[in-house]
Design a binder for this molecule. Sequence first.
Ligand code: PLP
Length: 376
Amino acid sequence: MSGDGFETRAIHAGHEPDPSTGAIVPPISLATTFAQDAVGKHRGYEYSRSGNPTRTAMETCVASLEGARHGLAFASGLAAEDAILRTLDPGDHLIIPNDAYGGTYRLVARVHERHGIAWSACDLRDPRALEAAWLPETRMVWIESPTNPMLSIVDIAAAAHIAHERQARVIVDNTFATPYLQQPLALGADASVHSSTKYLGGHSDVVGGFIAVNAAELADELRFLQNAMGAVPSPFDCYLVSRGVKTLAVRMREHCTNAQAIVRMLREHDAVAKVMYPDESEVARRQMRDFGGMVSFLANDEDAALELVTRTRLFTLAESLGAVESLIEHPARMTHASVAGSPLEVDPRLVRLSVGIESQADLLADLKQALDAVAG
Ligand SMILES: *Cc1c(COP(=O)(O)O)cnc(C)c1O
């Protein structure tokens, strides 16, 4: 039975002991097909692309954490995003943030644009910019908050108000915040989307995507697309996400504490020109429980940024984010290389940290020795 608390639901929602054996951890259902008692008479499952018990358990749990009535799991964050974008029709217009995640930009600009979706990018931090970008054909606003990699904050409730007055849907990429820190549906969004590869999985060992929605009509449309397009996660991948979210709250608290200590150190350091962290945003203080484990900053120049990312030892130079181990990267040449030459191009001095949950003193010492070395 699920209690009300976030931590309780993270462990129990969708995860009753297995009725046939009492196993506390529901078994991973690898079966691709399920016996029917008569033609069309089955026990909820027919074929594993359409539905799978391990997937249902994970979808139920993560939907509960998002405060959502419906949850749908996908093979990757981009597969989840693709399903949402396919609810648009040719001729429809979409507004994305001018610092959207590079993969989102690529999917919109290089895949969906070819199939007739018009789009524009604007600075969604300013609600007036959203109103100015509005076209009669605008049907969807895509929000990221905090954004990857600039960590800018969008007022989700204000954007939802503007969009709903004009009969458009609001989608929030909640990957950076996680449902522990931010609840987009409660703020008025129509869907909250995730790369569960990041904090939901939390251990750099599974690629996945997720969509949480309340409206039955949108859930049905997405459920149809999930089955029709077939970009579903394997049962084992679903199990890994279920296992990951059990510790989401405790991990997020540690990510936040460690990130804040690092932000304090960076703000004092000569090798750092500017620090981006959501604690400076009044909107973030209102719509988030805490500010998360992602920290971005500008080194004094590109060469310093490129050298810095090779000098840390605990912070591993790698793409991705949101797992227990700390990572460092250079967005302009790594995660955001796909936006080079576009209006979304990233500052070459930018360094992005995914602050893990190792000992805080060790993380501070590692970063400090690297910064000291490039400051000289
Ligand atoms: C990684 C990421 C995605 C894409 O997810 P994949 O699981 O890599 O397909 C989408 N949005 C954000 C903010 C991300 O960081």
